[in-house]
Design a binder for this molecule. Structure first.
Ligand code: AMP
Ligand code: GLY
Length: 420
């Protein structure tokens, strides 16, 4: 079986390492992959948004199965285009990927089908949005409608900050057309939980829950990032809450997408907040999370490729999806300055034969692995207890070196406190 994985980050590295465990999988191509992924797959310099290039490559190389991992190509219709060539895919079609691609769509979907989420208003006109803010409860949350590299959310603590956020999205267009429409929503509080699920549109199976750490610095200080580390399972997500989410959020979302004629097949990601009034959806993603995948897949006991094929063939109900007991911790090592300006090109030293998922690195002309991005890699360890997983992950992280490397030193600390 020749498999193609579209994408080139730590998430894709984790997916590829899991796919490789299946003996049927003889060849894996990563488009574009990265310098670390090159150890596990053949990297092809075709960008994840180059739908024509992806399709031409798949056809020429007689790809048997494609996994489209990032949001952009999914929203742009990579799966639709590959399926039109007769290539089976894991990932939603464009008309279902809109659940992440448009916040206005997802909020309206939740309202229509009674799925619990923050109260909200949609605006396409800046003056109405500014007028609304004059009396809105503070803090308030401003969201650009479209994809904005995970940066399209502003939590405004004052009316002035809220008005500035509205102007920068709608007038200055800092996120381009993504900010033509905005959502202004109620500020919620409570622990956050990420739940990824496999669904073929008929059956939905949640994966082990996880906790992201989005801020750059210890103690949840500093700027928002793509994620500085994760642990799984998330101790706040009890069996009782899991049952409630399945009944009130997960299954209703799958059914709602079917009722809209937008059957979702692939990995549906629920970003939840456990508020004093119950679980609420903060966001949907149409794909595996990054770096959630780096802790979730190492705990998957069943075979990933078998599950992905079952999702594509719509017989997930006949397929075993089992997770190991125990915990996982992923510590992201980033370039000094990330998520703002940073330098790249520094040689990376890291322990061999460990669960390191490489995100922002390339091979230099001399074949050395050098930094090329903000989040450079994630070090994952699993263990019977969360405490042990955290200890092991940090022990490995201490062995990673490159100029300007930094990481948070408190990944999993809040989760551990919640367990006690
Ligand atoms: P997102 O970019 O959609 O992942 O949102 C970034 C972060 O903003 C989330 O992880 C939450 O911490 C926070 N957030 C989003 N919506 C709300 C809300 N309605 N209330 C409180 N925090 C929120
Ligand atoms: N870690 C959050 C995301 O993948 O969107």
């Amino acid at each position: 079986m020749k498999i193609m994985v579209v994408g080139g980050g730590g998430r894709e590295h984790a997916i590829i390492k899991s796919l490789k465990k299946n003996p049927e999988v003889t060849e894996i191509f990563a488009l574009p992959g990265n310098g670390g992924i090159a150890a596990d797959a053949a990297c092809v310099p075709i960008g994840a948004k180059d739908i024509d290039g992806i399709c031409a490559f798949a056809k020429e190389n007689k790809i048997d199965f494609a996994v489209v991992a990032p949001d952009d190509p999914l929203v742009l219709g990579a799966v639709d285009a590959l399926e039109a060539l007769g290539i089976p895919c894991f990932g939603p079609r464009s008309n279902a990927a809109i659940i992440e691609g448009s916040k206005v769509f997802s909020k309206n979907l939740m309202k229509k089908y009674g799925i619990p989420t923050a109260a909200y208003e949609v605006f396409s006109d800046m003056d109405s949005a500014l007028r609304y803010i004059e009396t809105a409860p503070i803090p308030t949350v401003i969201k650009a409608d479209g994809l904005a590299l995970g940066k399209g959310v502003v939590i405004a603590e004052t009316r002035e900050a809220a008005a500035n956020a509205v102007r920068s999205m709608m007038q200055d267009k800092i996120f381009g057309e993504s900010g033509s429409n905005i959502v202004i929503e109620e500020f919620l509080t409570g622990p956050e939980v990420s739940v990824l699920s496999f669904t073929d549109g008929k059956t939905l199976i949640p994966m082990v829950s996880s906790m992201d750490h989005k801020r750059a610095l210890d103690g949840d200080k500093g700027l928002n990032t793509g994620g500085m580390g994760t642990v799984a399972p998330n101790p706040y997500y009890t069996d009782e809450i899991a049952r409630e989410c399945m009944e009130k959020i997960f299954i209703p979302t799958m059914n709602a997408m079917n009722a809209e004629g937008r059957t979702f097949k692939g990995c549906l990601y629920f970003g939840l907040m456990l508020t004093p009034d119950g679980p609420r959806v903060i966001e949907y993603n149409c794909r595996f999370g990054d770096p959630e995948t780096q802790v979730v897949l190492p705990l998957l006991e069943s075979d990933l490729f078998t599950i992905m094929k079952a999702v594509a063939e719509e017989n997930l109900s006949q397929t075993e999806v089992r997770f190991r007991d125990g915990s996982a911790c992923c510590v992201v090592v980033a370039s000094e300055g990330y998520p703002q300006k940073y330098e790249t090109g520094f040689e990376i030293e890291m322990p061999a034969d460990s669960n390191i998922f490489v995100a922002g690195a390339k091979l230099s002309d001399s074949g050395a692995l050098v930094t090329s991005g903000g989040r450079v890699l994630g070090v994952t360890e699993t263990a019977p207890t969360l405490e042990e997983a955290i200890r092991k992950a940090y022990a490995q992280t201490e062995k990673v070196h490159f100029k300007g490397a930094y990481h948070r030193s408190d990944i999993g600390k809040r989760a551990l406190a919640a367990l006690k």
